[in-house]
Ligand binder design. Structure first.
Ligand SMILES: Cc1cc2nc3c(=O)[nH]c(=O)nc-3n(C[C@H](O)[C@H](O)[C@H](O)COP(=O)(O)OP(=O)(O)OC[C@H]3O[C@@H](n4cnc5c(N)ncnc54)[C@H](O)[C@@H]3O)c2cc1C
Length: 847
């Protein structure tokens, strides 16, 4: 039967075929069937590592001659008995593997091969923990790693599910295990969002999910947690919406298979419907035509660049051969003309590409800026400004090499040496072959050295990942280690000296081969080789004397030219890293935009803000608020209180539309905030948060940020009302003094923010009460400013100190994302519930 090119390659690489026979079949959930197999030769006699997998060949569903290869994880391998199991997740539309598993019967046979699926090595010594991320296809692999993890090391597993009963799939016990199941999300972000803000530096990670989900998790772990190839195994187990076999055939069999899958899983609970995915366009896609065109032109120019070199070599050869003057002049002049034309055209190409890059970067910058305006404000609050700046500036700049130089450099690095080699072969193939010897030896030594160094490189990568975390712990643990010694916390000096010793030993072990490599690649080596071998060939009459000249002119820099390709690869790597960051940004979910924005009925009425059955979580599967319903008294103050982590700040963030709810709605005068025009929304609802943002500009500009057309009189009025006028007048240029974040104290910044809010005359104010407590020196002024701001408006205040909320019209007590109780202070104290307990504790602390 046909296993195509892939099968032929596997056989050529020595992958043996093993026959496995089905012995038992068991459906364990609505979509997972376990098949037990026996095979005399498949399993390694010494046992299998966790997550080891095989490649199995599945027949064409239509009975055609083609077979399709798919990867599957070995479970419960018993080498002595030759038995093992495989859990098949049966999906829809079903491909050849799912379809086969649904129909399989005891006695059926499957051909399997082993190639590159030997599983994941658990470390000794152990890392800080194992982070396992995947979905039901990788659930068998994750289970095998959990089963192998020793006690005492933390294990966190994040699994994405599609079917309601997936989270019931069993997981081995482990004393330090935490498992989180999250529902699949259309944008592939369920897993990356579920990781949250926990610190995974110093952990080892195993990531095997759908390709988009894997890419997102890998980027987060690499970017935020310092994971790298040494500490992370990341592999896509499947690609959404893409059959591994031919698309037409998969589509044809989908209908039949769906019905059969349903029949076979009869009696099991119904499967949840699959959800479509929507990817953003890759940043480089618009540049693709320019990329291809420039590569083609570079191909012609690289070939043209060799012509003058060849002509000059010919000139030298003919000179020695005694060619007539006219012929020599002709060759020389042609060489010069071709050289000038080639150089000129190359300069034109690079100039045009630089112009193009300016357009490309400007368009991309616009795209990124527009994206920023569509992201939830909460996205920015969760990031450092340096991260945002890196995306908007540095990463776009890093694409310059990719757009302008990469195609030209790569094509030139490959075409030029090949063209030179072709010419040298035409002059004398024997000497050309000899010239190739150092290059081949160099490449072989290089590959062997790299292969031998791989474990040591991985060790260094692991050190890179764990040392920053250990350094932080070491510094934080100084008080302990001073008393009990470094070993009591982290033995950082010991680790550093181990690393230095390791690197020294590595240098020592490889220095001789590295020296040989450097020598092999030097022009002098090629020249000596050409001179010696060439002279020999001339002496024995295999080559005319003049033929040595092209080799001496062109052959000496041959090795260097070949290596230029690897230098180009470095620029490519940096550009690709920037591309990955930008691609991630552009695929980040945005705030919903109304088709036609509406304005709420602004009038004499006081603003009515309602939360209607709101559910929201920062990460999928972890709701911070669930089914939350609340009506703020119009024109009154609502204080939200509760233990830390109860969801108070989330209520404020949703009221200000820093985020959108996952379900339900927040309304202003009956209109969903998502339907409001952004400008209108910001005028109606003012937000005063703990961390006040000032922009680089004058004080007046900072106060008038939301109302750029405000007059100086209005600005001064607002500043007076906010009790900040005196401070401003005391500055060098008064309201025209240029300020930034560090120019004012915390309390002064807060009063600028209050003045800003007062100027906008909002109907709703969302306030983090910690604002009033942050700067004791100016607390009185801040409080007075706030009192003026809050008068007559609908106010939502996140209260951190209970004694400040006594006057609120409504106190809402939150506990674990739900309203535990609500009412006025006397009502709540009389009720004797959570509020009265919190109040009692607060009073005790004050007394
Ligand atoms: C190393 C490795 C180990 C693996 N181990 C297991 C394992 O133990 N058990 C297991 O069930 N899978 C495992 N997988 C995943 C499995 O190989 C793929 O899911 C495979 O594509 C299924 O083949 P198929 O012929 O049924 O579907 P295909 O012909 O590949 O695809 C048909 C349709 O199904 C969709 N599809 C494919 N896989 C999935 C999926 N996992 N979930 C939802 N939709 C999907 C495709 O997008 C496509 O639309 C492993 C993959 C790798 C690389």
């Amino acid at each position: 039967m046909g296993r195509g090119f892939q099968g032929a390659v596997l056989r050529a690489l020595g992958a043996k075929e093993h026959l496995a026979t089905v012995t038992r079949i068991e459906w364990i959930s609505s979509a997972v069937v376990r098949l037990d197999f026996t095979s005399e030769t498949l399993l390694y006699p010494d046992g299998e590592r966790p997550s080891a997998w095989i490649r199995a060949w599945f027949p064409d569903v239509d009975g055609g001659s083609k077979q399709y290869q798919r990867g599957y994880t070995l479970v419960d391998p018993d080498p002595a008995a030759g038995t093992f199991g495989i859990y098949f997740l049966v999906h829809q539309p079903a491909g050849p593997a799912s379809n086969w598993a649904v129909h399989a019967a005891p006695g059926d046979e499957l051909v399997m091969q082993r190639m590159g699926g030997d599983g994941w090595e658990l470390d000794d010594p152990q890392p800080a923990g194992y982070l396992l991320v995947g979905d039901v296809a990788s659930w068998p692999g994750i289970c095998s790693i959990i089963a192998a993890a020793p006690p005492g090391v933390g294990v966190r597993a994040f699994l994405e599910y599609t079917h309601d009963d997936d989270p019931q799939l069993s997981i081995p016990d482990h004393p330090d295990l935490e498992v989180t199941w999250v529902p699949r999300r259309p944008d592939g972000r369920a897993l990356v969002d579920a990781l949250g803000d926990d610190d995974y530096r110093g952990w080892k990670s195993w990531v095997a999910a759908e390709s988009t989900a894997t890419r997102l998790v890998r980027a987060k772990l690499t970017g935020d947690h310092g994971h790298n190839k040494g500490t992370m195994h990341a592999q896509a187990y499947w690609i959404r919406g893409r059959a591994m076999g031919k698309q037409v055939e998969a589509e044809e069999l989908a209908g039949v298979a769906e019905a059969e899958v349903a029949a076979a899983a009869e009696g099991a609970p119904a499967a949840a419907p699959a959800v479509p995915i929507d990817d953003g366009t890759s940043v480089l896609r618009p540049a693709r035509p320019a990329f291809i065109l420039s590569a083609l032109i570079a191909l012609v120019l690289a070939a043209l660049a060799v012509v003058p070199l060849v002509l000059f070599a010919e000139l030298a050869r003919r000179l020695v051969d005694g060619a007539d003057r006219e012929q020599l002049v002709q060759v020389g002049v042609t060489g010069v003309i071709v050289l000038l034309v080639g150089t000129g055209l190359s300069a034109v190409l690079i100039t045009v590409l630089h112009f193009y890059d300016q357009f490309f970067a400007a368009a991309l910058r616009r795209r990124v800026m527009e994206k920023f305006t569509r992201l939830p404000l909460g996205w920015f609050l969760g990031r450092r400004s340096a991260e945002v700046r890196k995306l908007a500036q540095d990463d776009i700049n890093s694409l310059h090499y990719l757009v302008t130089h990469a195609a030209v450099d790569l094509v030139t690095a490959v075409v030029t040496p090949l063209a030179i080699l072709g010419y040298l072969f035409s002059v004398n193939w024997t000497l050309a072959l000899i010239l190739l010897v150092p290059v081949v030896v160099y490449l072989v030594l290089m590959i062997r050295l790299a292969a031998g160094d791989k474990p040591r490189l991985q060790r260094v990568l692991q050190w890179n990942a764990t040392l920053p975390g250990d350094a932080e712990r070491y510094i934080a643990g100084q008080p302990v280690s001073r008393v009990f010694g470094d070993q009591a916390t982290v033995d950082l000096p010991g680790e550093v000296s181990a690393l230095v010793g390791f690197l020294k030993q590595w240098q020592h072990d490889t220095i001789d081969r590295k020296a040989i490599l450097i020598q092999l690649n030097r022009p002098m080596t090629s020249m000596v080789l050409v001179a010696l071998a060439g002279t020999g060939l001339i002496v024995i009459g295999w080559m005319p004397a003049a033929a040595i000249l092209p080799f001496l002119i062109l052959g000496t820099s041959f090795g260097d030219r070949l290596l230029a390709a690897s230098y180009a690869a470095n620029g490519l790597r940096e550009g690709m890293a920037a591309k990955a960051g930008l691609d991630l940004l552009l695929t980040t979910p945005e705030l919903a935009r109304p088709d036609a924005a509406v304005s709420p009925a602004v009038g004499a009425t006081r603003a009515a803000v309602r939360f209607e059955r709101v559910t929201f979580g920062y990460t999928a599967g972890r709701a911070v608020l669930s089914d939350f319903t609340l009506a703020l008294p119009p024109g009154g103050t609502t204080a939200v209180v509760g233990p830390s982590g109860a969801g108070k700040s989330t209520v404020a963030a949703l009221a200000a539309r820093l985020w959108d709810p996952d379900a339900g709605a927040v309304t202003l005068d009956g209109t969903d905030l998502r339907l409001l025009d952004e400008q209108v929304l910001r005028r109606q609802i003012a937000v005063v948060l703990q961390d006040v943002q000032l922009v680089h500009g004058t004080v007046a500009e900072n106060i008038a940020l939301g109302m750029p057309g405000a007059t100086r009189e209005q600005i001064v009025d607002a500043a007076r009302t906010a009790y900040i006028a005196e401070v401003i007048e005391g500055l060098a240029d008064g309201y025209d003094t240029v300020i930034d974040r560090d120019s004012l104290s915390g309390g002064q910044r807060q009063r600028v923010a209050i003045a800003r809010a007062i100027l906008g005359d909002p109907r709703v104010v969302v306030l983090d009460e910690a604002t009033a407590a942050a700067d004791p020196d100016s607390e009185w002024e801040v409080r007075q400013g706030l009192t003026r701001l809050l008068e007559g408006r609908t106010v939502l205040v996140v209260a951190h100190r209970l004694h400040t909320v006594a006057q609120a019209d409504l106190i809402v007590v939150l506990d674990d994302g739900r309203i535990a109780e609500q009412g006025t202070q006397p009502e709540l104290l009389a009720a004797g519930g959570l509020y009265s307990r919190l109040h009692g504790r607060a009073m005790e602390a004050l007394s």
